[in-house]
Design a protein around this ligand. Structure first.
Ligand code: 2HA
Ligand code: ZN
Length: 272
């Protein structure tokens, strides 16, 4: 008999957990991942569901009523997802108001990630803004971006410009830029609301002294966005460690020429 873990979307989810873990972004139970499941994918596995009790989400996401999500578990380790998927990840369904969820598969002796409010608020915002295209929300503890939040001003303009500047592909991969949320208590409603505000404008949001959140249409694009930004941050950390001033860099006009060649729009507020 088919298992839920045989489904393509579950395999891809597990692979992404492995990739993040192999890059060192998920110490202990750090980070979390969620995927808004397509209805065709749900019908391929729903025979295997058993329905748990309805529980409060603590935020209201009416735009996600009745949707199903594959999510990582609270307190679970990314490194164990491939070894013990049934206890590390699971599928939840939201109720018809978007106030409650129930577990329908997996998450044995566990519950959804502590960052479920931020994940669902981001999903709701992106579902509306992208006409349902975005389905993946990913939170990782990306070492070099975290390091930069101690030495750069916590401004969207500064982080966007610096990350664009350190790797030529960055303005092409995230032309809309990145948002920055100052340090806040994680896991709750307030940080979910602050992140949602930034997600209205960006697909990537930095959490000061904590990590990043990325949104995208599929696993590869979302992981690639996180990876590209974190690699750029790593280059900046290395450069700053070598010397405080650069001999040369990518100039404002270089950015404008790059935008023309790659047919992306780069806002002037991130350039000048
Ligand atoms: O799951 O990453 O932000 C642990 C976290 C909380
Ligand atoms: Zn975290």
């Amino acid at each position: 008999m088919m298992k839920v873990t045989d489904a393509g979307f579950v395999k891809e989810f597990i692979r992404m957990c492995e990739d993040g873990n192999s890059l060192g972004w998920h110490e202990r139970n750090g980070g979390n991942l969620s995927y808004r499941i397509k209805s065709s994918e749900i019908s391929s596995v729903s025979d295997l569901f058993s329905y748990g009790e309805w529980k409060d989400i603590t935020v209201s996401v009416p735009g996600l009523a009745n949707e199903y999500f594959l999510v990582t578990g609270s307190g679970r380790y990314f490194k164990n997802v491939i070894l013990r998927p049934e206890e590390s990840i699971g599928i939840i369904q939201l109720d018809n108001k978007g106030d409650k969820y129930r577990i329908v598969w997996g998450l044995e002796n566990s519950k959804p990630t502590s960052e479920l409010p931020t994940h669902l608020m981001n999903h709701e915002t992106k579902k509306i803004l992208t006409n349902g295209e975005h389905r993946v929300i990913y939170h990782a503890h990306t070492t070099n971006v975290i390091a930069l939040t101690f030495v750069l001003p916590l401004k969207d303009e500064v982080f966007t410009h610096k990350l664009w500047e350190m790797a030529t592909e960055c303005p092409v991969v995230f032309p809309d830029g990145v948002g920055v949320v100052e340090w806040m208590v994680p896991g709750g409603r307030d940080i979910a609301l602050a992140t949602r505000e930034k997600m209205k404008e960006y697909d990537l949001v930095v959490w000061a002294h904590h990590g990043m959140f990325a949104s995208g249409p599929d696993f590869d694009t979302t992981f690639g966005l996180m990876h590209t930004a974190e690699k750029s941050a790593e280059i900046l950390v290395k450069v700053l460690s070598m010397r405080s001033e650069m001999l040369q860099t990518i100039t404002d006009d270089d950015f404008r020429n790059l935008a023309k060649e790659f047919n992306v729009t780069l806002k002037e507020k991130f350039i000048g």
